[in-house]
Design a protein around this ligand. Structure first.
Ligand code: HEC
Length: 112
């Protein structure tokens, strides 16, 4: 009996851990933005284009998603490589860019 209870508890724990890992991979662009980009892009800190400022974003959006992705990965101006967060994957960066673009006048789809 005790053994069964322990197994069930262990199984539940394992499922929970797996679920947490999965959930971690399923962050939305908005969540990534809040965690890693907002610090500069909400206020315009260090001349960052502000979220929702269509004028500031229009010329940048013309570059398209893959160019903008390169800019964030390499770093640009006062924005450090990987936006200062090397744990971000390329896809996470793209999700954040698409979120920012769509808040600033674009109608882009999330990357596959
Ligand atoms: C430390 C401040 C800082 C953080 C954090 C930051 N940015 Fe930036 N970002 C900037 C600045 C400054 C610029 C303007 C760079 C320039 O044009 O010189 C910029 C520009 C950009 C651009 C436009 C690049 C271009 O080619 O014009 C994109 C896209 C962008 N950021 C996305 C992001 C994303 C996505 C994140 C979060 C993952 C992020 N940024 C986090 C400061 C930051």
């Amino acid at each position: 009996m005790i053994h069964t209870t322990t197994s069930i508890a262990l199984f539940a724990l394992a499922s929970l851990t797996a679920f947490a890992a999965l959930a971690d991979n399923k962050k939305t662009g908005q969540q990534i933005y809040i965690e890693s980009c907002k610090e500069c892009h909400a206020s315009g800190e260090k001349n960052a284009p502000v979220l929702g400022d269509k004028e500031a974003w229009r010329p940048r959006l013309r570059e398209g998603l893959s160019e903008l992705t390169k800019d964030v990965i390499r770093g640009k101006g006062a924005m450090p490589p990987y936006a200062g967060n090397p744990k971000l994957t390329r896809r996470e960066i793209q999700l954040a860019i698409v979120y920012m673009a769509n808040e600033s006048g674009a109608k882009w789809k999330d990357p596959k």
